[in-house]
Design a binder for this molecule. Structure first.
Ligand SMILES: Cc1cc2nc3c(=O)[nH]c(=O)nc-3n(C[C@H](O)[C@H](O)[C@H](O)COP(=O)(O)OP(=O)(O)OC[C@H]3O[C@@H](n4cnc5c(N)ncnc54)[C@H](O)[C@@H]3O)c2cc1C
Length: 312
């Protein structure tokens, strides 16, 4: 039976995708398989909705290198009789999706923000024109490779236990030589998975004032994220905190935007938030076009009062 094959170098994203693949597979009459290549927890894939989980002991998969993984996945895809390949649209995943599609002669879409079946075909939406609009796209080749934005599916607990299939892969040594690796800074956080984001912008005039936002985030159990200028121009926060076109996207329950004008390159990263609250002193700022609630006022007055009120 042809299948939807799922892969992400991050297990949590692969499990989300398996939840989505189980739903799509039922609608399209396809089986569901996972490639747990390089995973430290292949057993964790057993009850996530796949009928088969492909694993490999190949040494070359110990570290992620896109060209090697593309070759490995192309071999697994053939074995799994994949009709659709879903990949987590992380930075690595996007590169991998393109390389894999090229190898398999398949059409490819990256950063798919939604995925549904219409007339038997998969239809995706993704941001276009710098986030100013949303394009609806389908792949016309028989085999489809789609890199799906993290957070699209929900992991499931399936009563059915997948068959573990160990594959022998013929992989050439990588043409890329890794000279050095360095750990991400200690402050690295997962803003994509956060339930609450307190986003800060240029309405803040000094780096030390960001403490106000950190306190608010702490009370709400959230994380501080920022607009691009705060990370790239001011260097007040690391670049992995940037929300938007050149940064990350989140799907938080709550996004609080403090001193942010609401340019589309930023808002594209939080437009899937369930509730958006803004504080801005400009009554005509773009952010009001998408805020559910807001306070027109000086954040230096509003934020400490908001935090104090929440502390009760
Ligand atoms: C190709 C490209 C990619 C980009 N990618 C990104 C991206 O990924 N993410 C991103 O964020 N930007 C990105 N940008 C930049 C983007 O266009 C905006 O310039 C940026 O988002 C603006 O950041 P800001 O809202 O913090 O600053 P500003 O636009 O300067 O807005 C500051 C806001 O703070 C308000 N304010 C000032 N003082 C106070 C106060 N005391 N109290 C309350 N409100 C106050 C002002 O009224 C204003 O609305 C990109 C741009 C380009 C060209």
């Amino acid at each position: 039976m042809a299948a939807i094959l799922v892969f992400s170098e991050r297990d949590d994203i692969a499990w989300q995708l398996l939840g989505k693949a189980a739903e799509l597979g039922r609608e399209m009459g396809l089986g569901v398989a996972a490639a747990a290549l390089g995973s430290a927890d292949p057993g964790g894939y057993a009850n996530r909705g796949a009928q088969k989980v492909y694993i490999s002991k190949n040494e070359q998969l110990k570290t992620f290198e896109a060209s090697v993984y593309a070759e490995a996945l192309s071999q697994v895809a053939k074995q799994a009789d994949a009709a659709v390949i879903l990949i987590g649209s992380t930075r690595r995943g996007k590169e991998l999706a393109g390389r894999l599609a090229q190898k398999l002669g398949a059409g490819c879409i990256s950063d798919a923000g939604s995925l549904e079946v219409k007339d038997g075909r998969l239809v995706c939406t993704r941001n276009a024109l710098g986030g100013a609009t949303v394009a609806t796209q389908t792949i016309t080749t028989e085999l489809q490779v789609i890199a799906v934005s993290p957070g699209l599916g929900e992991p499931i607990e399936s009563p059915e236990t997948a068959e573990m299939v160990e594959v022998e892969l013929a992989l050439k040594p990588s043409a890329v030589k890794v000279i050095a690796r360095s750990e991400k800074g200690q402050g690295a956080v997962d803003i994509e998975g956060a339930e609450v984001l307190v986003c800060v912008g240029k309405g803040f005039t000094r780096q030390e004032d960001l403490k106000m936002a950190e306190e608010l985030a702490e009370v709400l159990g959230g994380l501080v994220a920022c607009t691009k200028p705060l990370a790239t121009d001011e260097k007040w926060l690391p670049e992995d905190r940037v929300i938007g076109l050149s940064g990350k996207s989140g799907k938080p329950n709550l996004a609080i935007c403090l001193g942010i004008s609401g340019q589309v390159q930023f808002t594209v990263g939080i437009r899937d938030a369930k509730t958006i609250v803004a504080v801005n002193q400009d009554p005509n700022a773009f952010i009001w076009q998408m805020a559910d609630y807001g306070i027109v006022g000086d954040l230096y007055e509003v934020v400490p009062r908001l935090t104090a009120a929440l502390k009760g």
